[in-house]
Design a protein around this ligand. Structure first.
Ligand code: DC
Length: 226
């Protein structure tokens, strides 16, 4: 059967990874969470106190970063490894969330991550989610999905997730983090978040996870049989 590239871009916390992961499972495709790559690089930069204003320091740091995705047999998910460590849970913590948009705006970091994303997708049969996947990473992808949801819905969903780890976190803190990431991601100079001109829009404000999955799967099957 023909294999295609499916890109899923959109705002922070609108369920891109959840939908993209389920879609990949249904199609027996590889799922890649490109945000996890930027988060893992950010974790490395925080741990090693890398000075983002120093181009040489950025290059030196990136030379020490090796990223890979490995299947966790326990939960069936592809998880990110930074050098020899599974960092899947660390990269979801607040210190990384607060810095990641700044690190992801650095040209050298984007070149580093995009080159790896393009290599991973070169064989097709992939669903990748992020902010610039349909515009910069795979501009020729067969199916591009742009996900969105009302900001209030996104804040509520993210707050419920974060409260498990951070019981004291307020809804305002979550709203501020999302709003500032959305602003930074859509206004940065290099590959800002944009809806690709040829993307199909999936607004999941009022859809259940299974309704949105069905919509995406129907679109994918259309493209695969083309
Ligand atoms: O999808 P996420 O929230 O885990 O992504 C974390 C950050 O990484 C997000 O604020 C913007 C950045 N990012 C990016 O710039 N380009 C991508 N393709 C994916 C994520």
């Amino acid at each position: 059967m023909k294999k295609i590239v499916i890109t899923v871009d959109g705002w922070s916390s609108c369920g891109k990874s959840t939908m993209a992961r389920q879609l990949a499972k249904k199609l027996s495709y590889i799922f890649i969470d490109s945000g996890a790559m930027y988060r893992a690089i950010t974790l490395f930069f925080i741990r090693n106190q890398v000075d983002y204003t120093d181009e040489q320091a950025i290059l030196l740091a990136l030379a020490q970063v090796h990223l890979s995705f490995k299947l966790n047999e326990g939960n069936g998910n592809n998880e990110i490894w930074l050098n020899n460590e599974n960092v899947e849970s660390f990269i979801r913590e607040m210190p990384v969330a607060e810095k990641v948009s700044e690190v992801a705006a650095l040209g050298k970091v984007r070149n580093f991550a995009v080159a790896q994303q393009q290599l991973i997708g070169s064989e097709k049969g992939i669903v990748m989610d992020g902010r610039d996947i349909g515009t910069a990473v795979f501009p020729d992808a067969e199916l591009k999905i742009f996900m969105t949801a009302d900001i209030a819905v996104r804040v509520e969903r993210r707050w419920k997730e974060l409260k498990i780890k951070y019981p004291k976190i307020s809804i305002e803190e979550v709203r501020d983090n999302l709003a500032s990431r959305d602003h930074a991601d859509s206004t940065r100079a290099i590959s800002p978040l944009r809806k690709p001109g040829d993307a199909l829009v999936l607004d999941n404000s009022h859809l259940t996870p299974s309704e949105q999955l069905k919509m995406a799967l129907d679109w994918a099957n259309e493209k695969i049989k083309d």
